[in-house]
Design a protein around this ligand. Structure first.
Ligand SMILES: *[C@@H]1O[C@H](CO)[C@@H](O)[C@H](O)[C@H]1NC(C)=O
Ligand SMILES: *[C@@H]1O[C@H](CO)[C@@H](O)[C@H](O)[C@H]1NC(C)=O
Ligand SMILES: *[C@@H]1O[C@H](CO)[C@@H](O)[C@H](O)[C@H]1NC(C)=O
Ligand SMILES: *[C@@H]1O[C@H](CO)[C@@H](O)[C@H](O)[C@H]1NC(C)=O
Ligand SMILES: *[C@@H]1O[C@H](CO)[C@@H](O)[C@H](O)[C@H]1NC(C)=O
Length: 266
């Protein structure tokens, strides 16, 4: 039976409420982990990882001089670089730009190329390259080899082309955000998603999924999923029935901006 407009409206309100709740929670958890170390406790640096960071920087273009602190031996003190205080290994790289600010003068972004020298950071768990301007560049396949990643944010950075299925190798990933890149970003086969067996937050907003017919069985393989946003993904097939049987942790399902024929219950 097709849903009435009133049911659809109610569903949207519930979605919005759940999304708001979730964002509040997400905010408090990220704030809780941001201050990693007091200044005097910052470890110095593993030499090989310092070289990897410098090689990565060499491929970037940095017109706003965001990485001016990237000099000297103590790479754990460089802006955006966070090391484990136990092992001194780089565990977090937070290079979020400010590409989507309203005030053009305060826009500060990285551009250029993402060098595979990042693979030298073998203990990296957290990588945020969002809100930069990697104009007309594909998401590099090698990112799928950063096996320890639990957090990967590549949103709002003007990536184009195919989302590399190698990302499916990131079995520790809990957070994946590919939203709001250019409209030329796509995936024609999303079976790689089913291998993200730890993922809780998945946002593919604007990724062109127009050729994907059976997307629900794929996400149904992700029992840890709490947040799923597939807004404006050009999905044309609505699920015949909402068999969310496996998705017992799901708190928010956002599917706005798709031209699905209708949404059926049962
Ligand atoms: C460093 O790590 C140890 C063990 O993980 C922890 O107990 C300690 O509180 C940490 N020190 C700082 C300054 O964060
Ligand atoms: C990025 O790579 C392209 C092609 O190899 C090259 O033309 C360009 O100069 C590189 N950009 C930077 C900032 O190194
Ligand atoms: C990563 O994934 C790709 C494509 O999904 C696969 O062909 C490749 O063997 C995987 N590599 C590793 C190191 O697991
Ligand atoms: C999305 O992908 C389909 C199939 O590859 C293509 O025909 C369509 O033009 C794409 N849409 C956009 C907005 O790029
Ligand atoms: C539910 O998830 C498990 C583990 O991810 C998977 O093996 C199973 O096929 C899924 N069931 C359905 C109905 O998709």
């Amino acid at each position: 039976m097709a849903k009435s407009p009133m049911d659809t409206l109610q569903l949207s309100c519930i979605q919005v409420a759940i999304a708001l709740l979730l964002f509040t929670q997400a905010k408090s958890t990220t704030e809780g982990t941001s201050a990693l170390l007091p200044d005097e406790a910052i470890p110095s640096c593993v030499a090989g990882e310092r070289s990897a960071l410098l090689a990565f920087r060499a491929g970037l273009s940095d017109p706003a001089n965001l990485l001016s602190s990237w000099k000297g031996d103590g790479c754990c003190r460089w802006k955006g670089v966070y090391c484990s205080n136990r092992t001194s290994h780089v565990v977090k790289l937070d290079l979020r730009g400010s590409g989507y600010t309203i005030d053009a003068d305060s826009r500060k972004v990285l551009a250029g190329n993402i060098s595979s020298s990042l693979l030298g950071l073998r203990h990296l768990r957290y990588l945020d390259l969002s809100s930069n301007e990697f104009d007309k560049m594909q998401i590099p396949e090698f990112i799928g080899s950063l096996h320890k990643l639990t957090y990967l944010d590549l949103s709002m950075s003007m990536f184009i082309g195919r989302v590399p299925p190698q990302l499916g190798n990131l079995s520790n990933l809990q957070y994946l955000n590919l939203a709001y890149n250019s409209d030329g970003i796509y995936s024609t086969d999303i079976t790689w998603l089913s291998r993200l067996t730890s993922v809780e937050h998945l946002d593919m907003t604007w990724v062109n999924l127009s050729t994907i017919v059976h997307w629900l069985p794929v996400v149904n393989m992700l029992p840890t999923l709490k947040f799923l946003r597939l807004n404006s993904c050009q999905l044309r097939t609505s699920p015949d029935s909402l068999q969310l049987s496996n998705l017992t942790s799901l708190e928010a399902l956002l599917l706005a901006g798709n031209h699905m024929a209708h949404f059926q219950t049962r």
